[in-house]
Design a protein around this ligand. Structure first.
Ligand SMILES: [Zn+2]
Length: 388
C-alpha cells in the first residue's frame, strides 16, 4: 500500500499530530512522482535547488517550492497523459484572470471519495435518508454549448454534494436558457426556487440547500419581503461551499445570514454548514460547530508573508499555502492561494470548544479586492436583470 492510501485511510480524519511522519512520506512520494513525470515542475524544483528526498521534517514543508494559483490559471501542467486524467476540474475564473485546469486520476478520485466519507460521515452530512436538494448554483447537467470545456469546480462540487444523501429532487437556481441571439446563458430563477422550497415544506423528508451565499441571501430576502415564513422538516440543512468571505465579504455578514435562515426557513443555526476549498486543492475543510476550519490529516497549511513569501508564525495573518499529496496527475502538491488567512494552533489559542485538537484556518478574505467586487457585483447584476 502506498503512503497516500495509508494517509487517506487514517481512522481519525483530524489526527494531524499522529500523522506527521506519514504525511511527509506521502508528500515525498508525490513530489518524487511529479519530479519524474512533469518536466515543467521538475524545472521549478531544479530552479530552487530542491530535491523531493529533502522532505524529511515538518520544517521542510516550507522549503518545497509552491505554485501560485495565479500561475496555474495561465499555465497547464500535467504529470499524466490525458487518458489517465479521468476528471478535469477548473476554477471559476472571474475577472479575466483565466482558469486553472486540474486533472484528477483514479487514485486521486478514490482518495477523495474516502475523504468525503470520513469528513462528511462524521457530521451526518453523508446519510442514507432521502432528501430534496435546492442548489443556489449552476445546473451542471446542461453543460456544453458556449460553456463547453471542463466543468467548473464550484458547479461540480455542488452537484457532487447532491449525492451525499439519496436525492428525491434537485432544483437549481441558475438555469441555462437560450437568449434572443441564439446563445445560451445562465439566468437565476429565484422564484422557481422559492416555490420549490414552499412545496418541500409539506414533504415528510428534509431539504438540503447549498451554493453561493449571495443567491441564498437574495432569495431569502425576497421571501422575507413577501412575508413567507417556512418551517422546513427536521433534518433540513444549508451548506455553503467555497468559503464565506472569499466570495461575499462586504455585503453579507455570516451571523445575519444564519438569523435570516432561521427566520425564513426554520432551519436552526446548528444545521448551517460551511466548507472551504479550491479547485487547485480539493481538500474538504468543513467548519466545526464553532465555525472553524480544522485542518484534516490529508493536508497541511502554511501562512506566508505576502511580500517575502517567507512562512510566518501561527497567529499571524498572511497568504494561505495549501499542501496535499492527494493528486498525482497535476503537480498541485503545494499551491499558494490569493486568500489571506491565519493559522490557529494550540500555541496561539485556547482549545476549540468543539473538542477537535487539529489547528484551524481562519480565512480573512482575498488579496485582490477588485476580484471580490467583480464576483459580488456580477451576482447582483444578474439578479437585477432576471427580476426585470
Ligand atoms: Zn472546532
Amino acid at each position: 500500500m502506498d503512503y497516500r492510501t495509508k494517509l487517506f485511510l487514517w481512522s481519525d480524519p483530524y489526527d494531524t499530530a499522529g500523522t506527521e511522519d506519514l504525511f511527509l512520506s506521502a508528500l515525498r512520494e508525490n513530489a518524487e512522482f511529479q519530479y519524474a513525470h512533469c518536466p515543467a515542475y521538475r524545472a521549478v524544483l531544479d530552479e530552487f535547488g530542491f530535491r523531493p528526498k529533502e522532505l524529511k521534517t515538518p520544517a521542510d514543508l516550507s522549503r518545497l517550492p509552491f505554485l501560485p494559483t495565479a500561475f496555474l490559471k495561465k499555465h497547464r501542467m500535467f504529470s499524466m497523459p490525458k487518458v489517465r486524467r479521468l476528471v478535469t476540474a477548473s476554477s471559476s475564473g472571474t475577472g479575466g484572470s483565466g482558469r486553472s485546469e486540474i486533472g484528477l486520476e483514479a487514485g486521486a478520485l478514490g482518495a477523495g471519495a474516502v475523504m468525503v466519507k470520513k469528513v462528511f460521515g462524521s457530521r451526518g452530512i453523508l446519510s442514507p435518508k432521502p432528501c430534496h436538494y435546492v442548489v443556489f448554483g449552476y445546473d451542471p447537467r446542461r453543460g456544453g454549448g458556449n460553456d463547453a470545456g471542463p466543468a467548473m469546480a464550484a458547479a461540480m462540487t455542488a452537484y457532487g454534494y447532491t449525492f451525499l444523501a439519496p436525492a428525491l429532487s434537485r432544483t437549481f437556481a441558475l438555469r441555462r436558457v437560450k437568449g434572443e441571439d441564439g446563445t445560451y446563458a445562465y439566468k437565476p430563477d429565484l422564484d422557481g426556487v422559492i416555490s420549490a422550497l414552499a412545496k418541500h415544506e409539506r414533504s415528510p423528508f428534509p431539504t438540503r440547500l447549498m451554493g453561493f451565499p449571495a443567491y441564498v441571501w437574495f432569495a431569502l430576502g425576497r421571501m422575507e419581503e413577501r412575508g413567507i415564513r417556512l418551517r422546513l422538516p427536521e433534518g433540513s440543512s444549508v451548506m455553503f461551499g467555497g468559503g464565506w468571505k472569499q466570495h461575499y465579504r462586504e455585503a453579507v455578514d455570516k451571523e445575519e445570514m444564519v438569523r435570516r435562515i432561521e427566520k425564513v426557513l426554520g432551519i436552526p443555526g446548528s444545521r448551517v454548514f460551511e466548507c472551504y476549498g479550491a479547485a487547485e486543492h480539493p481538500i474538504l475543510y468543513c467548519a466545526c460547530p464553532a465555525r472553524r476550519f480544522h485542518i484534516p490529516v490529508y493536508s497541511r497549511v502554511l501562512i506566508r508573508d505576502p511580500r517575502t513569501f517567507d512562512p510566518v508564525p501561527a497567529g499571524t495573518p498572511g497568504l494561505v499555502n495549501l499542501i496535499t499529496p492527494m493528486i498525482r496527475a497535476t503537480p498541485v502538491l503545494s499551491v499558494l492561494t490569493d486568500d489571506l488567512g491565519i493559522l490557529h494552533t494550540a500555541e496561539t489559542d485556547p482549545p476549540c470548544p468543539c473538542g477537535c485538537k487539529s489547528p484551524w484556518l481562519e480565512i480573512l478574505g482575498r488579496v485582490g479586492m477588485t476580484e471580490i467586487k467583480t464576483c459580488a457585483a456580477g451576482a447582483e447584476e444578474a439578479i437585477r436583470e432576471a427580476s426585470g
